[in-house]
Design a protein around this ligand. Structure first.
Ligand code: AMP
Ligand code: MG
Length: 486
């Protein structure tokens, strides 16, 4: 276990030079205090959990101190936002502090979000507010605990520095971790600015650092794109199976590694609604829940376009063609698990689609349904769930088919319950839970954020005294409007 001063830096991205990022120092925020830290994320850097209690911890992650071996850089990228190309984005309020090499030989990017203005800030103040920093922290760690690929979050630091959004708020910083912060938009930037050499350097860097198994292939860049398609197909399958709505799937918010990235007005579904739009500013519903599948494909096409100087168009097209079938296979497999079904049957897809249609019409709580389905043997479980549905005849027909499908396999309830509870969370990061914790934190009480984080770090385990975190939202918590402003 290491102390804060023992971290080993190896800043590979910084070494790519000024065409890729600009050196900028963090601008500290006033009176830093630690809101919450993730011991699990600290372990990725081999950090002793007790280090979070050291005053230096909050100072480092509020921009007051810096390791001498860190090389803070603002990365340049562009991207398609709501379907339109924006030629210049970049880290407008976050800095890649450096890459830490851990004992397992892994590199982890340390990215400080809310670190002040950079050459890419445009009209922005370079800051992040407390509420959005807490939201990103909670979601990153909650997704990870669910087994869904995501960037990670080490800690949130609060301050007394005022910032203006719709009203006056306080600045905070989030320390984010990921094996790489390279987005689809990084490649788009070098493509649209017609810098083929830089594009190649970037591709080579990603290949060497993150897709080394593609290097031996006949067409390494093509193989890398195929893997990016595969990883994103798997990621989106997780989102759809677990009711996660990202909210701002712009191509600059999509990770080359296929991890959930850049959290804004996201939501986990409460009542199942395929058309749910979690981003209050998304009037047309471009990023609605069910649109996430075609939008991911669209973003991958935008990335493919940026790779045309490196890979034959036909090869890119063939890789893109893998997305939908791969997505469907992953999704089906995850949903079978959530339903407790063993093996595979040709009728499974229809069984799942029929269930979602029934849920859609009845405002059934998406997470609780699966948890309750595993709690008792199939016949008893569906009898208990029946009251939640409006179309009783439709549900009865579905329940009969589901029970027959479950009975067709060698299974027993103990094993089934155990298996289903291991994939169907009891605790989900519902927006109203995040909201309650944020309101307390804004009053200086960090207990609720810490408790919520702790509960969500073991979402499948029933935790004594924590029942209230497993409840459906109260009426006020059902339609919270989360804006893009953060
Ligand atoms: P986001 O909506 O957080 O994905 O950010 C989109 C772009 O706007 C990125 O280039 C961000 O760095 C930039 N940005 C967002 N908020 C700010 C801010 N407060 N100050 C400067 N740049 C920002
Ligand atoms: Mg972004």
């Amino acid at each position: 276990m290491k102390s804060l001063t023992d971290l080993t830096f190896d800043n590979r991205f910084a070494r790519l030079g000024d065409a890729f990022s600009t050196a900028v120092l963090p601008e500290p925020i006033a009176d830093p205090r630690l809101v919450v830290a993730s011991h699990a994320a600290m372990a990725l850097l081999d950090l002793d959990p007790a280090q979070a209690d050291q005053p230096e911890f909050a100072q480092l992650f509020a921009g007051h101190k810096l390791w001498s071996a860190a090389e803070p850089r603002a990365m340049v990228y562009s991207g398609h936002q709501f379907g339109s190309y924006n030629p210049r984005l970049g880290d407008g309020r976050g800095l890649l502090l450096g890459e830490v090499l851990n004992a397992a030989g892994e590199h982890w990017d340390l990215h400080l979000k809310g670190a002040g203005q950079t050459p890419y800030s445009r009209m922005g103040d370079g800051r992040a507010v407390l509420r959005s920093s807490i939201r990103e922290f909670l979601a990153s760690e909650a997704l990870h605990a669910l087994g869904i690929p995501s960037s990670r979050a080490l800690c949130v630091t609060a301050s007394s520095t005022p910032v203006w959004r719709e009203t006056q708020e306080r600045a905070a910083m989030l320390l984010r971790l990921a094996p790489s912060h390279v987005r689809f938009g990084h490649f788009e930037y070098f493509y649209y600015t017609q810098q083929p050499e830089q594009l190649k350097i970037l591709a080579e860097h990603m290949l060497a650092c993150h897709f080394s198994d593609c290097s031996e292939q006949a067409e390494p860049y093509g193989a890398m794109f195929t893997q990016i398609v595969e990883r994103n197909a798997e990621l989106i399958a997780y989102w759809q199976a677990y009711g996660f709505c990202h909210g701002v799937m712009n191509s600059d918010n999509m990770s080359i590694l296929g991890i959930t990235f850049d959290f804004g007005p996201y939501a986990f579904l409460d009542d199942f609604d395929a058309q749910h739009i979690c981003n209050h500013s998304d009037d047309a519903g471009r990023y609605s829940f069910s649109n996430q599948v075609p939008i991911a494909h669209w973003n991958l096409s935008a990335l493919a376009q940026a790779l045309t100087p490196l890979v034959e168009v036909e090869a890119l097209r063939a890789s893109l063609g893998l997305f939908l079938p791969l997505y469907q296979a992953h999704y089906l497999s995850l949903m079978r698990q959530r339903l407790g079904l063993l093996g595979a049957d040709d009728t499974d897809q229809t069984l799942i689609e029929r269930l979602l249609q029934l849920m859609q019409g009845s405002a059934v709580d998406y997470s609780q349904f699966f948890r309750r389905l595993g709690e008792q043997p199939p016949a008893q479980a569906v009898a208990n769930l029946r009251d939640d549905f409006v179309d009783l005849a439709g549900f009865d027909q579905w329940a009969t088919d589901y029970c027959a499908r479950a009975a067709s396999e060698e299974d027993n309830q103990d094993a089934r319950r155990h298996r289903m509870h291991a994939v169907n969370p009891l605790y989900v990061l519902r927006n109203y839970l995040a909201q309650q914790a944020i309101e307390a934190a804004e009053q200086g009480d960090y207990g609720p954020v810490r408790e919520l984080h702790k509960v969500l770090s073991q979402p499948f385990e029933e935790q004594p005294g924590m029942q209230r975190y497993a409840e459906r939202p109260p009426q006020w918590g059902k339609h919270l409007e989360i804006s893009c402003s953060s």
